[in-house]
Structure formats: C-alpha cells, structure tokens
Design a protein around this ligand. Sequence first.
Ligand SMILES: *Cc1c(COP(=O)(O)O)cnc(C)c1O
Length: 404
Amino acid sequence: MKVVAQSASVASGGNWHDETTVLHGDAGLASDASVVAPIHYSATFRAGTADEFADMANTPRHPGFYTRYGNPVHKRVEAILAELEGTETALLMGSGMGAISTTILGLLSAGDHVIAQQRHYMSTSKLFEEVLPRFGVHSTIVDQTDLQAIAGAIRPGTKLIMVETPVNPTLSITDLAAVAELARPRGILTVADNTFASPLNQKPHALGIDIVVHSATKYFGGHHDITAGAVCCSRELAERIWTMHTTLGAVLSPMDAWLLLRGLRTLALRMERINANALGLAQWLQAQPKIEQVFYPGLQSHPQHELARRQMTGFGAVIAFSIKGGFEATSRFVSALKLATHAVSLGGVETLVVHTAAMWAGTMTEAQMQAAGIEPNFVRMSVGVEHIEDLKADLSAALKGDPQ
Ligand SMILES: *Cc1c(COP(=O)(O)O)cnc(C)c1O
C-alpha cells in the first residue's frame, strides 16, 4: 500500500498551535477521502510485486507490512504526538509500561549504569530496582528534587537518566532543563515520563530531554476506555527502540489506536477545563477545615511552585491531599463520595479518587509505604471535566459526613 514509510511528523512545519495540531496533525497521512480516519483492522498487508514485498519487509517502521511492525492508524496518532512533543517522530505501544520498558530495554545493555528518581510510577521503579539488575543494569536512585544528588550520581558508565515530573505521591517536580544540561555534554541519554503533565502543559524535549514517554491511557485517550503508550524522540532513537519493540511486542490494537486518535481530537479542550477545574479545587480544598494539606504544583504553597511555573504552562489533573483523622477518616471520606468515582488512573473526563494507602496495603508493608512517602491519610484525585461546583458539593458532603 502507498503510505509514507516513516511518521510524517511536523505536518504543519511546526507552525500550528497544539489546539490545531490535535485536529489536523495527521492530515498528510490520509489514504482516502473520508474525513474520519478509517480503522485498518488488519494484522497483515498485501504486496503488489516481489520488489514491493522486499521493500515492505526491509523498511524499518513500515506502516503497512505487519501490525506488530506498524499500522496506518498508528502512524496518524504518531504524527500528532511527535508534533505535540516537538520531536522528529513518535512510536505507539500497547500501554505506558510497554513504552517505558521497551525504551529502557532497547537502549541499555549489561554493565550500563542508570540514574532514576526516588519517586516514579510504581511499575517504573520496579523496572529499575528489580528487573534491570537481573540483566546486569544497575541504577542509582536519587531524590529527584536535589540536583546535586543527580549530578553526584553520574559516573563513567552512566548511559541514561530517567525523570518523571510531576510525580506521585506529592506532585514533586524535577528540573528538566537542569537535568538535560547535566546529561547532554556527557553524552548521557535522558528519558522523561510526561504523563502527569501532557505536552499541552509541559514540553520536555524543548527543555533538552531526548526521549519523552507517555501512558496514553491517561490524557491522550482521555476517556478511561483504552490502555496505550507512546515514545517521542528522534528517528534514530525511535528505530533502536522499535527494533526492541518488534521483539517484546507491546502492540496497540488498531481499534484502540483509532479510539486514541478520536480521544486526541479533544485533548486541548479537555486540558483547558481540567487545568482550570484542578487549580480551582486545589485552592478550595486548602480552605476546608477537615483537610490537613494539599499538594498541587499550581498552588503557591507547593515547595517547587516557582520551578513548576517555569517549566509548565498548566498544572494538570492530579491533586493529592491529606484528611484529618488518619486512615479511617480517609477511608470513610472516599466511600462517601457520590460523584467522584472511586477508581485508579487519571487524566480522563470523569473525576477519579483513590485512597493511596488502601491501594498499596496488599502489596507493601507500612515501612515500605513510609519509604515511598505514602501517608495513611493521602487521597489522590484526578480532576475531570464536570462542573466545578458539583465537584465541590460532592467533596463537601463527603467531608461533612465524617462524624469526627
Ligand atoms: C499510568 C502511568 C504509567 C503506566 O501506564 P499504563 O498505560 O498503565 O501502562 C506510567 N507512568 C505514569 C506517570 C502513569 O501515570
């Protein structure tokens, strides 16, 4: 089939605003006259001639050879994500963890040294602390808010620095430009998990980060209905990661890629409402007598608010807060919510709430939770696009419902 071999990134030549990119960034890849992209629900693609088959089989990241290698719907999503992140290209995968583990395994070998954060998405921490050591890749885990600690962890064999910002459980911020400045001159690759911010709020590549990874399950899909992941970087790095991807096989189904494309069309609109709702709610929560503390990068009370303002244009959906009265009061609070949905994940249209300590009680000891910074009375809320007054009313009733 006649489609361009690589993702045609920067469809507008880099001239569009993100609001336009999410709608038209894939226009150059349209294969017919339909206004909405067709779903290429096919695992394999026909070649016309022997020469064409040889070409399809031997072109890295060919969009129409075999779906584990690539699919035309993937290419359309990848074109939009590359343009949003300002990278040459993007590579879609079946989940955020698929994207992260494939990237890391694709770039490292036994004997390499990695610097990772003290706080990461839990499965990412597991990758660095439990999985990679089995393959001879060792990591130094540092406090992500301490640049000196990051600089001090660099040694001759350091190949990669992994960062994530903002990050659980208290939305701490990593200084992306400063990390890039430490890494670049030494030839160390940098990877940033930009899931919590989204490229609408933060563009790590523009700050010097080499590779941006995403759980597209979150804001990109935006409707809590698919899992997906993405890696945004240069063509050269993407080809190396893609080679590992064809081996590990964290493939996104064409249907889910299509749902992701549909979700992306409203990303800018959703982020606008989410940013406004979350900031409004964070400020409101701070004034509630039963709330102990609120963690949100957009609040002046956030210890890294100035840094957050420097590298972000909006602060995203996730607010963490603690309830007076400990684990039990927090448990009662989340059970009493009627509008906010009691479920994990983030970045979708519905507001979701979890009692963080309850989530990990089955797999972590109290000491482990303490080491991970998870207090028994922490609540994590991903603010959706509902009317803010309805959310306040729900939170207010659940806080009042507590007899303490
Ligand atoms: C959800 C999430 C992931 C993992 O993504 P999946 O799509 O669930 O595999 C990785 N990093 C962050 C920051 C996340 O929020």
